[in-house]
Design a protein around this ligand. Sequence first.
Ligand SMILES: Cc1cc2nc3c(=O)[nH]c(=O)nc-3n(C[C@H](O)[C@H](O)[C@H](O)COP(=O)(O)OP(=O)(O)OC[C@H]3O[C@@H](n4cnc5c(N)ncnc54)[C@H](O)[C@@H]3O)c2cc1C
Ligand SMILES: NC(=O)c1ccc[n+]([C@@H]2O[C@H](COP(=O)([O-])OP(=O)(O)OC[C@H]3O[C@@H](n4cnc5c(N)ncnc54)[C@H](O)[C@@H]3O)[C@@H](O)[C@H]2O)c1
Length: 494
Amino acid sequence: MGTSTNRTRAGNASLEQAVEDYDLVILGGGTGSTVAAWTFASQGQRVAVIDRKYIGGSCPNIACLPSKNVLHGARVASYIRRSEEFGLFTDGLRVEMPAVRARKRAMVMGLNEMYLDQYKRTGAEFICGSGRFVGPKTLEVTLSDGSTRLLRGSNVIVSTGTRAALSAIPGLTEARPLTHVEALELDHVPAHLIVLGAGYVGLELAQAMRRFGSRVTVIDHNDRLLHREDDDVTGALADLFGDEGIETALNASVKKVSGRSGESVMLDFEQDGRTTTIEGTHLLVATGRQPNTEDIGLELAGVQLTSDGYLKVNERLQTTATGVWAIGEVAGTPQFTHVSVDDFRVVRDNLMGIHRTTTGRQIPYTLFTDPELARIGLTEKEAQAQGIAYRLFKLPMEGVLRARTLSETRGFLKALVAIDSDFILGFTAFAVEAGEIMASVQTAMIATLPYTTLRDAIWAHPTLVEGLIPLFSSTPSSSTDIPAQVLEAVSVNS
Ligand SMILES: Cc1cc2nc3c(=O)[nH]c(=O)nc-3n(C[C@H](O)[C@H](O)[C@H](O)COP(=O)(O)OP(=O)(O)OC[C@H]3O[C@@H](n4cnc5c(N)ncnc54)[C@H](O)[C@@H]3O)c2cc1C
Ligand SMILES: NC(=O)c1ccc[n+]([C@@H]2O[C@H](COP(=O)([O-])OP(=O)(O)OC[C@H]3O[C@@H](n4cnc5c(N)ncnc54)[C@H](O)[C@@H]3O)[C@@H](O)[C@H]2O)c1
């Protein structure tokens, strides 16, 4: 620990500078790596986190939490529009985006203060600056005043995350499209927002902006919204978007973009052999992510990349350089905050000599449209592709009494249960507060409880989770490839 003078190569220039030694240096402070910093520092280790911009990384600053904050505002707008349904009469709705943004900014500021306080309490050091490797386990940080520091860690974690990818469509970059970062900072409602990409970011923000009053068109080159999900899910999402007046152009291949987002922007796309031009005022790009692995000196540290530019890691999240670990999206981890936190657990245990891997993790997720889509385990598509026979329990939300009290009966619950046991293989809720309903089913799956435990539990009335009783009491249908004699045996035994 402490400092020593060392000769290190930074690019072509050799520099002589005091190296500060740490037990752990973290490049990029996303959620998982921030928790790592706090954890190791509170155990007495000397820990530094280098981040060029964000205290706590993307999630609390530009991604999950600010987007959910803005989405909630849009949900309130939707309630106000529906107010007469609840016997409430208002004199109309005026949306002030600067105030929407101010609420979001205040939340982010509060989160930043909370994080800084936690840094102080644990003794981890947050260094605001841009970092790059200049040698094995050694990083140079350039601070905002242009000065530099050299940090060397007994262990180093790389957690530089990803950024919005811009497809190689002629004119796209020049049109200066919004990404989620700018979309969450808008001080006005776009007159006509074109959303390129019908994935998580695109769908959540499309619905929110529509509810704030924007005309919205969603374009995707796949033929369904959120195309990896089962057809009943993507169909229900399409119905929802249709009912809310969101236009969609699917199976659409964008050939050219012209104009400028924020003023007037045109997209030429081919669909069913025809070329169409659509014009909007704003363009949001939500077509996936690209890893932040360029220009950070990985080659000087012996850290190799995969063919698509992510860090090459093993199932213990070790990179190809000894003592250099990876956490989060930059390691190719599924792109959710809760999985980056589990990456932290994997690295933590391995650093403590406990073997823990990323293999076979069960990963839940929730799309925060309204209603939400919550998913865990196998979809029907996945079960069929893997030749896994299942019993399918499905219940429309009209069958959940709590949903009726809320006038939120859109959607359904469905569960896949093994044909040869009562274990739950997968669960989907497209429903109000779906993410909360899923948690109970996930707990049963973690504990490998049979579905009958959920069916036979006494749930408080009237709650949404109580819907698991009618769901699991319904008569299941079965996947087509289940042999008749197996089905017969199941029905005889049940
Ligand atoms: C709009 C949006 C909404 C989302 N909503 C959800 C959600 O509801 N739920 C969910 O689970 N997930 C959500 N996600 C995904 C989630 O944000 C990420 O999976 C999560 O933040 C994990 O990111 P990470 O730790 O890999 O990296 P990040 O949190 O992105 O951290 C990487 C950090 O590295 C820093 N950095 C990069 N290069 C350098 C460098 N050279 N020097 C110094 N610092 C550097 C960056 O400034 C950044 O702070 C959302 C994503 C987006 C875009
Ligand atoms: N609620 C959440 O948990 C949440 C919310 C937002 C983001 N995220 C995470 O962030 C990740 C990134 O989100 P995202 O929406 O950017 O990516 P995504 O992978 O979810 O969706 C990208 C979409 O863009 C489409 N696409 C790609 N290239 C295209 C092109 N050239 N033309 C037209 N369509 C194109 C794809 O078909 C896909 O539908 C998500 O996968 C998710 O893991 C999670």
